[in-house]
Write a protein that binds this ligand. Structure first.
Ligand code: NAG
Ligand code: NAG
Ligand code: NAG
Length: 637
């Protein structure tokens, strides 16, 4: 009987080893590897992911031959999702408004899955966390220009803009209501028959407009969120459920929350009450127990006349006199903006970290982040310098002499007192910068470069040297998009970063932070008390991040070289469709396959940033419904 032949034995000897090793590794992956339980990995990959997993295994096998017996950690940690026995997945239906340029996304609870394509079946579509519902917050604005000069109207628009931006950044949907909404309420006719005091009529209009739309929050447009994103009251308000009609004693009649039923009932009760013609507020017209009182509202500032009189007497004097009222009003917006900026700075006492892993030869990709950080750490221009907002008896005003805390750590630090700005390069960009070359052909990439250098370097401190780059994806995605991180970090795409130099991007940043970043022009001549002149302000920190590391700063020639590579790589990545250079296309594919985790996180960040921008644009369109009724005209900045 002929000896049974090993099925591999017709192969050359070296290939035999490789094949057996690959088989062994695949075996260990499928049957042993799942010991590491990753509860978040439920969806089952197939198709491209499985293929790349197999590539990975074979690549690893090749490397294992070279450095036996050390098993490559990538492979051993990867397999939780490599389960071919699960049910096959289907490409999910495309969601509405889920693309912008080349960025595509799919919002789903499974967003923490290391690889999005295992859910979307599309290499370019990233899974993002579901968008948080934004509860509406309403303000009532009397847009009639009766008795208002142009300057006053402009100042009021600016104040409304400050109000909208601040609440948007804290996770709300700010909506400006007008007389049209009040008239829509069935109770409006009843009110017309009554002769109310002027104050009561204004109050009633607010409530009618609110009742027409509610439930939600009714807010004076001089009431602003003046605390960190995770302030207790803001967190409660963001949940969007307000079973009880509540008022806040310190915010005298300027802030209410309640359900629609309660609002309607209160309006009816008030209109039917006997003393409606004498009272000035709705609280006076209804029984005492109609409202719950809540006096914990430290996180909210009300720029009431009383508060302005007490805290900013100079400003109050201007507002008080008919001749200078418009001037005073136009100082209020910069004052509030400066307080919002300052409150943001105080939320992050450790300052700003501009993430800078792999510092050698990559200065260029972090420069835009550095500009944003420098703008953020500037002291805002204020008509009342070093003043505190009305909700804080004491605060840490931004003063010119204080340190500008910008650090450039090489690793991501999960510190709640630190704001992180990071620029994520596509692996193609990163490799071409790190190795100073633009021809990234397959031989070079596979022989000379390490895998996933960016994510490994970035999470080195957070996770240690141990985990594979795949195991780093989930914490990394968490650091970008989890509820905890989303307002503590700003992520940019190195090839197309938000830049303080363009107006559209600045606006994007303003809405993200909730205040206007300092523009280059200073508000000369506007302030009541002298502002420190430019000479008394310390100079901004250097753009080059090398003060944190032992590397010498790059020379101008080196920077120019870096910029050249960044430009080439940007052209290759961002205009891939247009640039029909086969070579580049293929090389990009090779680099992405070699750096699966780095490419994944790059696409994730690209989609994350794009979705934020789209969310706001959609709301802009939606808001037209309220503003379009001739109430307010277009927003003036
Ligand atoms: C969202 O989608 C609708 C149609 O589905 C489209 O009209 C609108 O322009 C899109 N908005 C944005 C901001 O892309
Ligand atoms: C802030 O941004 C502006 C661009 O509008 C720029 O001119 C200015 O230099 C930046 N400030 C700092 C301190 O970098
Ligand atoms: C950062 O720390 C917070 C609270 O300590 C934690 O909930 C979160 O998961 C951490 N994020 C990362 C990416 O480790």
């Amino acid at each position: 009987m002929p000896r049974r032949r090993n099925p591999c034995s017709y192969l050359p000897r070296r290939l035999q080893i490789v094949t057996s090793l690959a088989a062994f590794l695949l075996f260990s992956i499928l049957f042993l590897g799942t010991a590491q339980s990753d509860p978040y990995v439920k969806a089952v990959p197939y198709g491209p992911q499985l293929q790349s997993g197999a590539h990975q295994a074979v690549d690893a096998a090749q490397r294992a031959v070279q450095s036996f017996p050390k098993l490559p950690k990538n492979v051993v940690n990867a397999p939780a999702w490599l389960n071919p026995f699960g049910p096959p997945a289907h490409k999910p239906a495309e969601q509405k408004n889920s693309t912008m340029g080349e960025a595509k996304w799919f919002s789903d609870w499974k967003w923490q899955n290391p690889f999005s394509s295992s859910i979307t079946m599309d290499e370019d579509r990233s899974v993002l966390p579901p968008e948080r519902a934004r509860p509406p917050i309403y303000t009532y604005f009397d847009s009639s220009s009766k008795g208002k000069d142009e300057k006053t109207q402009k100042a009021e628009k600016q104040l409304l803009q400050v109000w909208r931006r601040a609440w948007w950044a804290k996770g709300f949907k700010p909506i400006v209501l007008g007389i049209a909404e009040a008239k829509n309420n069935a109770e409006y006719r009843k009110m017309q028959g009554l002769e109310l005091t002027a104050e009561m009529e204004a109050e009633m209009l607010r409530w009618l407009a609110w009742g027409n739309l509610g439930p939600g929050i009714l807010c004076n447009w001089l009431v602003l969120p003046m605390a960190g994103y995770d302030d207790a009251l803001l967190g409660f308000l963001r949940r969007g459920e307000y079973p009880e009609l509540t008022r806040y004693p310190g915010l005298d009649g300027a802030f209410y929350v309640g359900s629609k039923v309660a609002v309607d009932k209160t309006i009816k009760t008030a209109l039917a009450s006997e003393n409606i013609k004498q009272v000035k507020t709705i609280v006076g017209a209804v029984p005492k127990n109609s409202f719950i009182l809540d006096d914990k509202h430290d996180g909210i500032a009300y720029y009431s006349t009383a508060a302005i009189k007490a805290k900013y007497p100079g400003l109050h004097a201007k507002l008080d006199s008919e001749a200078t009222r418009a001037d005073g009003l136009s100082l209020l917006a910069p004052l509030i903006n400066s307080h919002l900026h300052q409150a943001w700075q105080n939320t992050f006492p450790s300052g700003i970290a501009v993430l800078h892993p792999l510092p050698k030869r990559t200065t260029t990709i972090h420069t835009p982040a550095m500009y944003i950080a420098r703008n953020l750490t500037q002291c805002p221009d204020s008509p009342v310098p070093a003043s505190c907002p009305p909700n804080a008896a004491t605060c840490r005003p931004c003063v010119a002499t204080q340190d500008r805390p910008i650090s450039t750590p090489p690793v991501y630090r999960n510190d709640s007192t630190l704001f992180t700005i990071a620029s994520v390069p596509h692996p193609y960009t990163l490799i071409s910068l790190l190795y100073s070359r633009s021809d990234l052909h397959v031989k070079f990439v596979r022989r000379e470069t390490d895998r996933d250098p960016w994510i490994s370097a970035t999470t080195d401190e957070l996770l240690g040297h141990g985990p594979s780059s795949f195991a780093r994806l989930r914490p990394m995605k968490d650091a970008v998009a989890s509820e905890y991180s989303a307002h503590r970090t700003l992520w940019l795409i190195a090839e197309k970063p938000l830049s303080v130099a363009t107006e559209a991007d600045r606006e994007e940043l303003d809405w993200f932070f909730g205040f206007q970043l300092p523009r280059a022009a200073t508000s000369n001549g506007k302030s009541i008390t002298p502002v420190p002149g430019p000479e008394r302000r310390p100079s901004p920190p250097p753009l080059s991040p090398y003060h944190d590391s032992i590397e010498p700063p790059p020379t101008p020639e080196q920077l120019a070289t870096e910029e050249g590579f960044l430009r080439d790589s940007t052209a290759a990545i961002m205009h891939a469709g247009m640039l029909k250079v086969k070579n580049v296309q293929r090389n990009k594919g090779v680099v992405e396959a070699w750096n699966l985790a780095d490419a994944e996180i790059w696409r994730f960040v690209r989609a994350w940033e794009a979705r934020r921008s789209v969310e706001r644009k959609i709301w802009d369109e939606e808001e037209g419904k309220f503003l379009g009724k001739g109430v307010f005209g277009r927003w003036a900045v």
